[in-house]
Design a protein. Structure first.
Length: 195
């Protein structure tokens, strides 16, 4: 599994990130929350985004028969996605820490932390991707933690985690997000080179 996760494409990005160490007694409750189809305020946007992708093919078929109905369904979908993003933005303001630089892939994330987190620890990890405001909830395992002496007193520890439990639809959202960010970065570099 670790070899497979290392094969995922990684990018540097900025996300809202929050985590807490959990013990095995909390694992079942969190795992049920991750695997459940029940949506909460934090996971609303990611659940809606997955549904939007599922609906795209159907709306395309409907468009040939009834363009007005297809436009109406797309407008309703957009409204629901805007409400879901509002929920997530409220969660960010109320519960998550400031944004921070991370190195992210569909298999794990590396980030700076205030305190040492022992290797092997399980974390409830919540992050919000920008600009989509998609909330991703995972159970992750710390695979690396070391003190970095680079003059960053607020976050002196470099931590790397692998996602142990992540909805497959959320993994797809991460892949899409990473591809979009990489495309954006390449486009920006081309523009700079042209100038």
């Amino acid at each position: 599994m670790s070899d497979e996760r290392r094969e995922y494409f990684r990018i540097d990005d900025e996300v809202a990130l929050d985590y807490r160490v959990i013990d095995s007694s909390e694992m079942d409750r969190l795992l049920e929350k991750i695997q459940s189809r029940m949506v909460d305020r934090f996971t609303a946007a990611s659940s809606f985004a997955a549904t939007t992708r599922q609906m795209t093919h159907l709306i395309h078929k409907i468009q040939g028969q009834s363009p007005e109905l297809a436009r109406c369904l797309q407008a309703i979908d957009q409204k629901l996605n805007m409400i879901a993003r509002l929920f997530v933005s409220e969660e960010v303001r109320e519960n998550l820490q400031d944004t921070r630089e991370v190195n992210i892939s569909a298999g794990g994330v590396a980030f700076r932390a205030q305190h040492e987190i022992p290797v092997g620890s399980l974390l409830e990890l919540r992050m919000v991707l920008f600009p989509s405001l998609v909330g991703i909830l995972t159970i992750s395992r710390v695979i690396h933690c070391e003190r970095v002496n680079d003059g960053n007193p607020r976050f002196p520890w470099q931590v790397a985690v692998e996602y142990e439990h992540l909805k497959e639809t959320d993994r797809e959202l991460l892949v899409r997000h990473i591809m979009a960010r990489e495309t954006e970065l390449l486009r920006s570099r081309r523009t700079e080179n042209d100038d």
